[in-house]
Write a protein that binds this ligand. Sequence first.
Ligand code: NAD
Length: 266
Amino acid sequence: MNPALVCVLGPSGRMGRALLDASAGRTDVRISAAVDREDAPALGNRVNEGSGAGVEVSADLRAGFLISEVYIDFTTVSSTVAAARLATELAKPAVIGTTGLSAEDEIALEGLAKVAPIVVASNFSLGVNLLVGLVTKAAAVLGPTWDAEVVETHHRAKRDAPSGTALTLAKAIAAGHGSSYAEMHRHGRDGDVGPRPQGEIGVHAVRGGDVIGEHTVSLYGAGERIELSHRATSRSIFAAGALRAAAWVKDQPPGRYDMLDVLGLR
Ligand code: NAD
């Protein structure tokens, strides 16, 4: 099988570098283009030279898309929305990991999913996707009388809070409870908040140092507590998942998919 030709957006970012590193030695994907913002210091640099000819970092997104079968986007919200609009014009398959998109930003992704297959995930690691399933099950078995709280920790440079993964976990708890995330979530607590309402889903963001990503769901019963945790110790887990998604998605019909689809867990 021919490797999927992949355009990586933001190759100088933390995830961009991890994607280039993780692509080395893989036979299911080949980096065909690397596109960064207009003023990125990396423009003109050659990247990925360890695995083949290497590619030059450019700011020409259209040219990058035209020589690629799929693009991977772990950048910023505004860049992701702009890329999705151009991809819609070109019907380009996508793997999107950028977090912090608003409901309005999501409209650009929905437009793309109408004309091309896209994988969108707040977390591309196998372990977190398994955790989401375990949390849904635990919340369903225990019910809303067990108080559910999500705590996430990330490095100090992270822009959005709570993390996209924490929101996914909170939504998994709501699904397990059969309740509504929109009505039941509580992001942080401050001031005279009163007693905790039954079924509330607490979400808390901690920021510091170089933590790659840690998520713990605690379920508090009367006299006992369950904690389900995931700790990422390397960005390579997200990069490997995103590359696997890129190889998978290019052969799918238009639509929006997530990592459970890629992993065959649905
Ligand atoms: P980063 O700040 O290190 O990198 C962002 C990159 O985007 C930079 O290289 C920047 O130059 C580039 N960029 C900005 N505007 C651009 C444009 N118009 N065109 C092309 N490139 C552009 O950030 P990071 O830590 O790599 O994280 C990026 C995003 O990925 C964040 O939203 C983060 O939350 C998310 N993330 C998701 C997962 C997941 O599994 N879904 C895992 C880790 C990080």
